[in-house]
Design a protein around this ligand. Structure first.
Ligand SMILES: Nc1nc2c(c(=O)[nH]1)N[C@H]1C(S)=C(S)[C@@H](COP(=O)(O)OP(=O)(O)OC[C@H]3O[C@@H](n4cnc5c(=O)[nH]c(N)nc54)[C@H](O)[C@@H]3O)O[C@H]1N2
Ligand SMILES: Nc1nc2c(c(=O)[nH]1)N[C@H]1C(S)=C(S)[C@@H](COP(=O)(O)OP(=O)(O)OC[C@H]3O[C@@H](n4cnc5c(=O)[nH]c(N)nc54)[C@H](O)[C@@H]3O)O[C@H]1N2
Ligand SMILES: [Mo]
Length: 760
């Protein structure tokens, strides 16, 4: 049995379907409870007022939703406040803590308890003789990393993971170190979230990012919100939805669950709304698609647009299609050849309902389609995102105000990480510039991503794993196999702010390197430093910490990278120490080496920063044909085999990926419970399962192997038949490593094939 992830509930589990609006007073109450628990009633609120402020505050370490363009004074959300407070906690993990507990003992603790110990304070090294972590100086820690890396037969025996909180400057140095060493093994968390979106947009439009910004959100006539739990995971989207509703825009939510954002909200920073309990609807139509059925639904909408165009040619933007796209005829053919019966079966949505969505789309002059993990963590994630682009192209919803694709990215700087070089498949143009301006000879051979790294560690081909933030052991699929892989390494290095599973699942040698968080002041030789981040909509801006560091031993992430690099690359042409004295120097190099970063130091200090050029937005398509390319992929069969269900793993309201704040999921009406599975009541009845009955879940992988989770409690939920859902990371044990998408190499975390039966 796996150690538990969430806290041990103090009371019995409860489930009461939730009928209150998203955000508002429920959020305020939850925040207050959290501030009290973290003993942050004084500094917490002060720091929160500094968050997301035009280049004078720090960027919220939560999601990647952009900051308000009008400099809103309180552009924050409940979950953002929790993320910040979590980092600012007064609790500390000192060397005495490690002296008191062996690693084997800590392994039995829940993830919640581990992180709840507070901030890491000193570098620690694993001592196999005593099974304790013991203090080590930074110098010796760097030397251990350096000598191990220097001792490898070839640089591809190391892999360098990034979790999306890392700022741009540290990111740039980190990839430079890896490439100077000679490897493109740069897995990152986006290999598990938006890899499919990047690949799809790259293929269709020539650049792997969305094209819209917040202003476009403010002028769209129709918003299609697909596969995202916005009220929990991108809460500031609620403001945009409420504003759109007031304006009379149509808002269509497409999700197997009717999530809180698909109902109504109290705009969290609008004090008058709060005082008057004024709610705003945030949806005009909800379609409960089956898990994996989005592509069929989108294709159905496209088919309806084409049918409409026979009566009203204006339904299509033929001029746009002729001037800017290729592949339209083949796409039209594939839409026409797919029967309504098949589209209904695969989407799980009736033709009438698909036509309703298509009506909204045809009536709107300007449409935005937004999506998150509900679309990407599937075998056919790339085809599905390309289908979004297909649909947008039909009506020229690209390159003009209020229209276009808008992926909701995850971690606050996951997009910036990719822009600044965390890419296991870098293109030659990027590498050529790196070679020219950094005087290195970067490897050209593609590197390993997340799944590839786990496979290689298992085989013994990767011997050194460096985790730049995150919690690789618990975030990755197939926990026991990922553990086995990490334990097979000669050295694992985790650069972290808090204790987590990845410190306890380690290689023969292991280091914990504690770093400054984003809220903290970063003093270097030339004074106080700031770092930059890029949001979901390509805005790059500064983040400046304002708190005293949690411990005087902490180093910044750029300094840790530089320390490792100097030790590993004694003859390096890169002036590592000089860079760390003043991050402007890193930015000067970035402005030469990275496309779009010209004049970086000046532009990033403008009040809202600057927006990276998005060629597709200007209708410049860096595709082989020079146009936006329709795709005509075949519709996959996503209907579960008889007796089986499609299970999606997702987040609860009170968690940040593997960081668990409580075992409540307020908007879904759950209290004191994480070990649950949401099921359709008819699927439950068919199996003789009642509410709160324990059930056994068995997944079947591509290779026929089975995985189990026993004793989870069944919750009857408004979810389509044949679908089930539960929480990550507990359910990662059901996700087989072999089940990754052949299109994006992303682990298939939203469509696990399972059987569920009453517990034996
Ligand atoms: N508070 C908080 N905020 C976060 C995070 C967090 O853990 N906590 N994580 C951050 C990160 S790294 C990321 S990547 C994002 C993730 O943000 P989300 O994508 O919202 O993450 P999930 O919780 O996995 O939720 C996926 C949503 O997809 C729906 N879904 C599942 N399967 C399907 C499907 O087949 N089709 C459709 N249309 N929908 C489906 C689920 O019902 C759910 O609403 O959030 C970021 N923001
Ligand atoms: N089954 C299933 N699995 C999933 C997903 C899913 O939907 N279903 N989602 C996937 C997705 S989208 C993602 S992004 C991954 C998340 O994967 P990761 O990004 O690897 O995991 P997190 O839980 O965000 O990492 C939390 C840890 O980050 C460290 N940390 C926090 N702040 C900082 C900082 O400022 N600097 C440094 N160096 N460390 C810091 C802390 O030590 C904390 O314990 O999980 C993936 N796993
Ligand atoms: Mo993510």
């Amino acid at each position: 049995m796996e150690p538990r992830v969430g806290p041990i509930p103090k009371e019995d589990p409860e489930y009461h379907p939730y009928h209150h609006p998203a955000a508002g007073w429920g959020a305020a109450k939850s925040v207050t409870q959290f501030l009290v628990r973290e003993r942050e009633l004084v500094d917490g609120p002060r720091a929160i007022m500094k968050m997301n402020h035009e280049n004078t505050g720090f960027d919220c370490p939560g999601c990647a939703w952009p900051d308000d363009t009008k400099g809103l004074k309180l552009d924050i959300c409940e979950n953002g406040i929790k993320h910040v407070t979590w980092e600012m906690t007064r609790k500390r993990v000192e060397p005495e803590f490690f002296a008191a507990h062996t690693v084997s003992e800590l392994f039995e603790w829940s993830e919640f308890e581990l992180e709840d110990q507070g901030r890491l304070t000193e570098p620690m090294v694993y001592d196999p003789d005593t099974d304790h972590y013991v203090p080590i100086s930074w110098k010796d820690a760097f030397e251990l990393v350096g000598s191990t890396l220097r001792g490898l037969e070839n640089p591809n025996q190391a892999s360098f993971y990034t979790s999306g909180r890392l700022g741009n400057e540290a990111t740039f140095l980190y990839q430079l170190m890896a490439r100077e060493l000679g490897t493109n093994n740069l897995p990152d968390c986006s290999n598990m979230c938006h890899e499919a979106s990047g690949r799809a947009m790259e293929a269709s439009l020539g650049t792997g990012k969305g094209t819209v910004d917040l202003k476009d959100w403010e002028s769209a006539d129709a918003l299609f919100i697909m596969g995202v739990n916005a009220a929990s995971n991108a809460p500031r989207m609620l403001t945009a939805l409420a504003e759109a509703y007031h304006r009379g825009a149509q808002i269509v939510h497409i999700n197997p669950l009717v999530e809180a954002a698909a109902t109504r909200t109290i705009v969290p920073h609008d004090f008058m709304d709060m005082a008057l309990f004024k709610t705003t609807k945030t949806s005009t139509l909800n379609l409960q698609v089956r898990i994996g059925g989005d592509m069929a639904l989108l294709r159905g909408m496209a088919k309806a647009v084409l049918e409409e165009a026979r009566l009203d040619p204006k339904a299509l933007d033929q001029e746009f299609i002729d001037r800017h796209t290729t592949g339209f005829d083949a796409y039209r053919e594939v839409c026409e050849n797919t029967s309504w019966a098949e589209l209904e079966r695969q989407s799980g949505v009736t033709r009438d309902d698909i036509l309703k969505a298509a009506r909204v789309y045809c009536d709107a002059d300007r449409s935005i389609i937004s999506w998150c993990l509900g679309l990407t963590q599937h075998e056919h994630g790339v085809d599905t995102v390309r289908e979004i682009i297909n649909l947008l192209l039909l009506r020229g919803n690209l390159g003009r105000e209020g229209a276009g694709p808008s992926p909701v990215r995850g971690h606050s700087n996951v997009q910036g990480n990719r822009t600044c070089g965390i890419d296991h498949r870098p293109d030659d143009a990027f590498l050529d510039r790196l070679a020219e301006y950094c005087k290195i000879d970067p490897p050209r051979e593609h590197g390993l991503d997340t799944v590839g790294t786990i496979q290689a560690m298992r085989r013994g081909d990767v011997k050194v794993f460096v985790g730049m933030g995150g919690n690789f052991a618990l975030a990755a699929p197939d926990s026991p196999i990922t553990y086995e892989a990490l334990r097979n390494c000669d050295l694992t290095v985790q650069v972290s702010t808090k204790l987590n599973r990845s410190h306890l699942v380690h290689g023969r040698q292991a280091l914990i390197l504690p770093c400054l968080g984003r809220t903290e002041k970063d003093h270097q030789r030339k004074g106080l430093q700031s770092t930059s981040v890029e949001d979901s909509m390509s805005m790059v801006h500064m983040s400046v910490g304002m708190k005293r560091p949690a411990s005087r031993h902490l180093l910044s992430e750029p300094a840790i990278v530089a320390g490792m690099a100097r030790a590993a690359l004694p003859a390096s042409p890169t002036p590592w120490e000089w860079y760390i004295e003043d991050y402007d120097r890193i930015r000067d190099t970035m402005s030469q080496a990275l496309d779009g970063f010209e004049d970086f130091n000046r532009r990033v200090r403008l009040p809202l920063g600057f927006r990276l050029k998005q060629p597709a937005r200007e209708l410049v398509f860096l595709t082989p044909s020079g146009g936006a390319e329709f795709s005509d992929a075949a519709l996959p069969d996503v209907v579960p085999a008889p007796g089986t269900l499609a299970l999606g793993t997702m987040r609860s309201h009170d968690q940040w990926n593997t960081t668990i704040y409580s075992d409540n999921d307020r908007y879904r009406g759950i209290k004191n419970l994480r070990e649950l599975v949401f099921m359709n009541k008819d699927d439950m009845r068919e199996r003789g399962i009642s509410e709160f009955d324990p059930v056994d879940i068995t997944s079947t992988a591509r290779d026929g192997s089975h995985r189990h989770l026993n004793g989870y409690l069944a919750i009857p939920y408004d979810i389509p038949r044949g679908c089930a859902a539960g929480y990550m990371p507990e359910m990662n044990v059901l996700c087989a490593l072999v089940d990754y998408s052949t299109q994006s190499d992303q682990p298939i975390m939203k469509h696990v094939k399972v059987t569920i039966e009453a517990a034996a």
